[in-house]
Ligand binder design. Structure first.
Ligand SMILES: CC(C)(COP(=O)(O)OP(=O)(O)OC[C@H]1O[C@@H](n2cnc3c(N)ncnc32)[C@H](O)[C@@H]1OP(=O)(O)O)[C@@H](O)C(=O)NCCC(=O)NCCS
Length: 168
């Protein structure tokens, strides 16, 4: 995988701020839900309520700056060998510092630890994923995704997202 900036390097570029990327905890849920909501409004993410986040908390990673949730990402299991990176977002004012990359790297590490063979995403941020070692692929490779989510999407016949895949 392509190396990304370390947390130490991020701290110096953020003027000594305290930065952490870790598994989500119950106290993070309100901040996570707010970040999801902000990105739903901007058209980047599908909705997920605070209750849904709390019920799947073990699948989420957060980035914190000075104890504030500023980044989120989750894994959504499609089948025992296939997991989707879902609900990935970094607060606007904290983008381009490398936090998104740290979140995805942590999610991929978690998928590896769970021995899940394939990690994929449907995204418009294609270059972001390619820089992290993902490759572009055909979304028809993921019928579970198409049948679970895409069929309900108004853009199903004119989808502007690209499938990217990482096979550890
Ligand atoms: C995608 C996102 C999570 C990246 O977070 P981040 O902390 O800025 O990521 P990093 O700092 O590690 O990497 C930034 C780089 O990713 C790439 N990138 C980010 N968003 C991109 C996009 N929409 N399209 C193409 N490349 C993108 C750029 O190369 C960028 O580098 P630059 O800032 O020098 O231009 C963030 O932009 C975001 O929250 N976007 C809105 C939500 C979203 O689109 N989520 C993806 C759903 S799968």
């Amino acid at each position: 995988m392509v190396a990304t900036r370390s947390i130490g390097a991020l701290e110096s570029s953020m003027d000594g701020a305290e930065i952490a990327v870790r598994a989500a905890q119950p106290a993070d849920v309100a901040g996570m839900a707010a970040l999801v909501q902000e990105n739903v409004r901007a058209g980047h993410l599908l909705p997920r309520s605070a209750a849904e986040i709390a019920a799947s908390l073990g699948d989420w990673v957060v980035a914190l700056v000075n104890d504030q949730v500023v980044g989120i990402g989750s894994l959504l299991l499609m089948n025992p060998d296939l997991v989707e990176v879902r609900s990935l977002a970094v607060a606007t004012e904290f983008r381009s510092y490398g936090l998104g990359a740290l979140i995805v790297n942590e999610l991929v590490a978690q998928a590896r630890a769970r021995r899940i063979k394939t990690v994929f995403a449907l995204t418009r941020a294609v270059n972001f994923f390619v820089r992290l070692g993902f490759t572009i692929t055909d979304k028809e490779r993921f019928p579970e995704k198409v049948w679970r989510d895409c069929v309900k999407c108004p853009l199903v016949t004119c989808c502007d997202e690209t499938a990217v895949v990482f096979e550890p």
